[in-house]
Design a protein around this ligand. Structure first.
Ligand SMILES: Cc1cc2nc3c(=O)[nH]c(=O)nc-3n(C[C@H](O)[C@H](O)[C@H](O)COP(=O)(O)OP(=O)(O)OC[C@H]3O[C@@H](n4cnc5c(N)ncnc54)[C@H](O)[C@@H]3O)c2cc1C
Length: 325
């Protein structure tokens, strides 16, 4: 802790960050759950971000990268280390449009544009940017909570479209042979992405900037794009996504089980079951909601309960999609 105080001072002196000590974290998570962290860093530039991860690593301080906090159950006991929030790195811009490509084949048809996003840009802000400027291809992600970095890390999937369908290139930080983080880039290669898995999942690589391939539409089609996006948002609202604090789907779907996890949990009669203020949504088996003052321990106990019930009744081993930190 003392050590972390000195380290906080080092970051303040260096500049390029917002630095918060003993930060209360619950409001940074869509579940509205969690304790404090002794050090919360919000890098404002790419250099500051790289500096932070290398310094923390060299100082032997545990850290994790936080995007929108929409897929995480943060511990009631807090995190004994540093949390790096990407939210201040949120630039979105079109970097290429008709005829101004960089020589690769993405705009060979003359209609494809490339939108560049820093990792902390919100997915929904990106979709709004596209609908406003007449780019199609990302409408399915309208209303997806969280950031571009988080969605890329998780290979988020909405209405049968996943991030890997629309990403062109990713810049990321990875450790070199000497163990120092440095920036690299990768072009989309679908073979290293799969259902809810990206090449970053489970690694300590960090997504920094993502390029999306979209289609530049003519004026006449613009309202169609906006309507389509609004339709997807409506479906989310109608499904009760935003009624209570939650972290979206609790369990991944598994084709081998023959039905989505939500349906399996519904059929086991578990909808509405609660532990403390953590409740299986009465309208959706695969969402756990915080009806008041739920803690991470309530959510964990409920997840374990569901898994045990389904294992006993159906023999299926449900796999969590939400991440406990
Ligand atoms: C109401 C609701 C609806 C949802 N609907 C969907 C849905 O339809 N489809 C879907 O796929 N998900 C859905 N989710 C889950 C969640 O929104 C997505 O997984 C989202 O992409 C997570 O992004 P985030 O920025 O919030 O990530 P966080 O929750 O902040 O982090 C998730 C993981 O990504 C890592 N991470 C975050 N940013 C980076 C980065 N820049 N580099 C490396 N690692 C990083 C974190 O360390 C963590 O391990 C929903 C959630 C809610 C609350």
């Amino acid at each position: 802790m003392n050590n972390l105080r000195e380290i906080a001072q080092k970051f303040k002196t260096k500049g390029g960050f917002e630095v918060l000590e003993n930060a209360a974290m619950a409001d940074r998570f869509s579940f509205k759950i969690g304790g404090t962290t002794p050090l919360l860093l919000e890098p404002l530039t790419e250099d500051a971000f790289l500096y932070a991860v290398n310094e923390l690593k060299n100082d032997g301080i545990a850290y994790f990268i936080l995007g929108g906090g929409t897929n995480i159950v943060f511990s009631d006991d807090g995190f004994d280390g540093a949390v790096i929030s990407t939210l201040k790195l949120n630039k979105i811009e079109e970097i290429t449009s008709r005829g101004t490509g960089t020589g690769t084949d993405f705009n060979a048809d003359g209609e494809t544009a490339v939108i560049s996003c820093q990792c902390g840009a919100l997915m929904n802000t990106l979709v709004n940017f596209c609908t406003r400027n007449g780019y199609s291809g990302l409408e399915q992600f309208c209303g997806l909570p969280g950031t571009v970095g988080g969605a890329s890390y998780m290979n988020a999937r909405c209405f049968d479209r996943e991030i890997s369908d629309v990403v062109r290139k990713i810049e990321y930080f990875t450790k070199n042979d000497a163990g120092t983080y440095e920036k690299r880039e990768m072009m989309m290669d679908k073979s290293s992405w799969s259902y809810k898995i990206s090449p970053f999942t489970g690694t300590d690589d960090i997504v920094f900037r993502v390029e999306f391939s979209v289609k530049k539409e003519n004026e006449a089609k613009r309202s169609e794009i906006a309507e389509k996006a609004a339709g997807y948002m409506k479906q989310r609202v109608d499904k009760g996504h935003f009624k209570f604090p939650c972290a979206g789907s609790v369990f991944k779907n598994n084709r081998d089980f023959g039905a989505p996890s939500g349906q399996i949990i519904d059929e086991a009669g578990l909808k509405g079951y609660s532990i403390g203020d953590a409740q299986i949504a009465p309208w959706h088996g695969n969402i756990i909601i915080n009806t008041g003052k739920a803690g991470s321990k309530d959510v964990k106990a409920l997840v374990d309960y569901i898994k045990a019930q389904i294992k006993e009744e159906k023999g299926f081993e449900l796999e969590e999609e939400i991440i406990f930190k």
